[in-house]
Design a protein around this ligand. Structure first.
Ligand SMILES: NC(=O)c1ccc[n+]([C@@H]2O[C@H](COP(=O)([O-])OP(=O)(O)OC[C@H]3O[C@@H](n4cnc5c(N)ncnc54)[C@H](O)[C@@H]3O)[C@@H](O)[C@H]2O)c1
Length: 343
C-alpha cells in the first residue's frame, strides 16, 4: 500500500482498545488514527476527546464505511470479533484483531478465509511475540542454546476482578481464552509445534460473586499438554490474584533451561529498622509490563500492510490457540484428556 498514511479505526474503546488507540494517537510511523468506535456513546465520545479525534462512531459499520479508514483494530469482547473482522475484510480493510481470535475454530477459519479472499492483512494480538525478553528467549532457543525443547511451563496470573462479560464462558471462553491465550501461544512459539492433546483442571476460589449466576466460571486453571513434536507443556492461568501481574515462562531443554519474566518490577528492594525484611515492588499490570510490546506490534502491523510481508502473529496462530482453549474447556467439563483432532 503506497498511501502516505494508513487510516486507522479502533473498534472497542475499553482497556485494551485504548492502549492501541493511544499508541496510534501518539504516533505509529506511517499511520493516522481516524476514529474510535464504541456502542456506549459516552465511552466513544470521551475516547475521541482524549485522543483529539473529530470522529467517533457507535456502530463499527460506520467506521468500515468511512473512506478515510484503511485498517481496523478489533478490540471488542471476543464474541463480536468474527462478525467485525469478516465485514471489514469484505470492505477491503486490513485487520488487527485482539486475542482470543474468536469463539470457535470454525469462526477463526471463516476469518482466515475471508481475509485471504479479499487480500487484506490479518494480524493477531499476541504482543508477547514483540516483547524484548520473549524475543530473546526465542532467539536463544532457535540458536540451540538449551538444546532441544522438552518442557515449556507458562503462567499468567492477573490481579483484577474480571468484567462481568468475562464471567460468562459462552461469550468470553473463560480465563483459558482471556488470560491463557498468551501462554498457549508462547508454548506453540517456543516449542515450534501445535498442541496434540490437553488435560485441564479448574476451579473458582476467589470470585464468589460469580458463583450463583455463572456456576461454570473458574478463576484458576492448569492445562497440561503434549505437542505434536513430543514437547510437554503446562499452562497455568489465574485471575483476581490481587498481588500483582505475574507472567513467567520456564523452558527446559536437553542442554539447559531458560527463564522469562519476573514478578519483581525492578531491581530496587528496601529494608527498614522496623520491618527487618526486604520489600520490593511487584509488576502491577499487563498494561505497563508489555507497554513497549503493544507499540511494537502496532508498528509491525503498519509495516506489514505497507510491504505486504507476512505478519508475525497470524490468523493461523489465532486459530490454533482457540482450538486449545476450546479443548481445555471441554477437558474441564468432561474431566478427561482431549485430543486436538477430535471431531
Ligand atoms: N493483548 C492483550 O494483552 C489483551 C489485554 C486485554 C484484553 N484483550 C482482548 O481485547 C478484547 C477487549 O478486552 P478489554 O479488556 O479491552 O474489554 P473491555 O470490556 O474493557 O472493553 C471492550 C469495549 O468494547 C466495547 N464494545 C462492545 N461491543 C462492541 C461492538 N460490537 N463494537 C464496538 N465496541 C464494542 C465495549 O463497550 C467496551 O468499551 C478482548 O478480546 C480481550 O481478550 C487483549
Amino acid at each position: 500500500m503506497d498511501k502516505q498514511e494508513i487510516g486507522i479505526a479502533v473498534i472497542g474503546a475499553g482497556r485494551a482498545g485504548m492502549i492501541h488507540a493511544r499508541n496510534y494517537a501518539r504516533g505509529i510511523a506511517g499511520a493516522r488514527l481516524i476514529a474510535v468506535v464504541d456502542p456506549v456513546g459516552s465511552v466513544a465520545k470521551s475516547a475521541a476527546e482524549e485522543l483529539h479525534l473529530s470522529k467517533f462512531y457507535t456502530d463499527y459499520r460506520e467506521a468500515i464505511a468511512d473512506s478515510e479508514v484503511d485498517a481496523i483494530v478489533v478490540v471488542t469482547p471476543t464474541k463480536y470479533h468474527c462478525e467485525i473482522v469478516c465485514a471489514a475484510a469484505r470492505a477491503g480493510k486490513h485487520i488487527f484483531c485482539e486475542k482470543p481470535m474468536a469463539m470457535t475454530p470454525d469462526e477463526c477459519q471463516q476469518m482466515i478465509n475471508v481475509t485471504q479472499q479479499h487480500g487484506v492483512q490479518l494480524q493477531l494480538g499476541f504482543m508477547r511475540r514483540f516483547d524484548r525478553n520473549f524475543m530473546e528467549a526465542k532467539a536463544a532457543i532457535d540458536a540451540g542454546v538449551i538444546g532441544d525443547v522438552v518442557l515449556v511451563k507458562a503462567l499468567t496470573h492477573g490481579p483484577s476482578i474480571p468484567k462481568e462479560w468475562m464471567y460468562d464462558i459462552s461469550i468470553s471462553g473463560g480465563p483459558l481464552a482471556e488470560v491463557s491465550s498468551h501462554d498457549i501461544d508462547a508454548v506453540r512459539w517456543f516449542s515450534g509445534a501445535d498442541f496434540a492433546e490437553v488435560y485441564a483442571l479448574a476451579g473458582n476460589y476467589r470470585c464468589p460473586d460469580a458463583k450463583d449466576k455463572y456456576p461454570d466460571y473458574y478463576d484458576t486453571v492448569t492445562l497440561s499438554g503434549r505437542m505434536t513434536n513430543g514437547t510437554q507443556c503446562i499452562v497455568e492461568g489465574a485471575v483476581s490474584v490481587g498481588y500483582g501481574y505475574d507472567s513467567r515462562v520456564e523452558i527446559l531443554g536437553t542442554d539447559g533451561i531458560l527463564f522469562v519474566g519476573d514478578l519483581q518490577e525492578g531491581s530496587a528492594r528496601y529494608a527498614s529498622r522496623e520491618q527487618k525484611q526486604l520489600i520490593t515492588k511487584t509488576v502491577n499490570s499487563w498494561q505497563t509490563l508489555f507497554i513497549k510490546a503493544y507499540e511494537e506490534e502496532d508498528t509491525a502491523f503498519i509495516a506489514s500492510i505497507r510491504s505486504g510481508s507476512p505478519v508475525k502473529a497470524s490468523g493461523n496462530d489465532g486459530l490454533e490457540v482457540v482450538k486449545v482453549v476450546n479443548a481445555g474447556n471441554l477437558s474441564i467439563t468432561e474431566k478427561r484428556v482431549v485430543n486436538l483432532n477430535e471431531g
